[in-house]
Design a protein around this ligand. Structure first.
Ligand code: HEM
Length: 215
C-alpha cells in the first residue's frame, strides 16, 4: 500500500501523472465549453469577452477541443478497467437513496470507483468521442468542405447535443466532488484518509491492505 511519507493515515489515490492530466482536461474543458457557448447563442456571447474576444474564441475553440480530447484519452484510457460495471453496481445504483443518506454500509462494497462515477465515466467517453468526430466534420477551416451540407448540419446538431450532455455531466461531477468531503483532496494532493477509503470505497480499501494486492 502506498502511504504518504508524512502521514500514516493517508493513502495515495491518484498518481501525479493522473492528477496533472485531470486538471489539464478540466482547464481545456472550461475553455472549450465557455467559447462553445459564446458561439452557440448571442445571449451567451459575453463569455467570449473573458477569452480574448469573439475572434480568439472562434479560432481557438476547435484546437482547444482537440487538445481536450487527446488529454482525456491519455487520462481516461488507464482508468477503463477500474470503471467496468459489476452486478453489485446495479444494486448500488438502486440504493442511491442510502448513499445520499450516508448509509453506504447497507449497499455492496465499492471498489476504486462507485457505480455513479462509472456511469458518468462512460457518458464522458461517449460525449468526447461524439464531440471529436462531429467537431472534425463541422471544422470549416480544414474539413467541413469534404462533407455534403446535410452531413455538416447533422454534425452541428450532434455536436450541440454532446456538448449539452457533457456540460450537465460535469456539473453533476463537480457537485458530487464538492459534496463528498475528502474527494477534492484525492485529485489535488492525490491522497485520501484510510477512514475515507473504508467508508466510501471499502472493496478498494481491502485490496490495498491485502498483503500481496496493495500498490
Ligand atoms: C472542473 C472541475 C472538476 C473538478 C472539481 C473535478 C473533481 C474530481 C475529483 C475530486 C475526482 C476524484 C474522485 C475520486 O477519486 O473518487 C475526479 C475524478 C475524475 N474526473 Fe474530475 N473534476 C473536474 C473536471 C473534470 C472534467 C472536465 C472531466 C472530463 C471531461 C473530468 C473527469 C474525471 C474522471 C473520468 C475522473 C475519474 C472517475 C472515474 O474514472 O470514474 N473531471 N474529478
Amino acid at each position: 500500500m502506498a502511504e504518504h511519507p508524512d502521514r500514516a493515515d493517508l493513502i495515495l489515490r491518484h498518481e501525479p501523472r493522473e492528477r496533472v492530466l485531470h486538471w489539464l482536461v478540466a482547464v481545456t474543458f472550461l475553455f472549450a465549453a465557455a467559447s462553445g457557448l459564446a458561439l452557440f447563442h448571442p445571449a451567451l456571447f459575453w463569455l467570449a469577452g473573458a477569452l480574448g474576444g469573439g475572434t480568439w474564441s472562434v479560432v481557438l475553440h476547435p484546437f482547444v477541443g482537440l487538445a481536450m480530447a487527446l488529454l482525456f484519452y491519455a487520462f481516461a484510457r488507464p482508468l477503463w478497467a477500474d470503471n467496468r460495471l459489476t452486478p453489485g453496481d446495479r444494486v448500488w445504483l438502486r440504493g442511491l437513496r442510502d448513499v445520499v443518506d450516508g448509509r453506504e454500509d447497507r449497499l455492496p462494497e465499492v471498489g476504486k470507483y462507485n457505480a455513479g462515477q462509472k456511469v458518468l465515466y462512460f457518458v464522458l467517453v461517449a460525449c468526447l468521442v461524439l464531440l471529436l468526430l462531429s467537431g472534425l466534420v463541422i471544422w470549416r477551416r480544414y474539413f467541413a468542405g469534404y462533407f455534403p451540407g446535410r452531413v455538416v448540419r447533422l454534425g452541428a446538431l450532434l455536436h450541440a447535443f454532446a456538448a449539452f450532455v457533457i456540460v450537465l455531466g460535469i456539473v453533476v461531477h463537480v457537485a458530487a466532488a464538492l459534496w463528498l468531503k475528502g474527494s477534492v483532496g484525492a485529485m489535488t494532493r492525490g491522497t485520501v484518509t484510510l477512514g475515507w477509503a473504508w467508508k466510501h470505497h471499502r472493496a478498494w480499501f481491502r485490496e490495498l491492505v491485502r498483503p500481496t494486492g496493495g500498490r
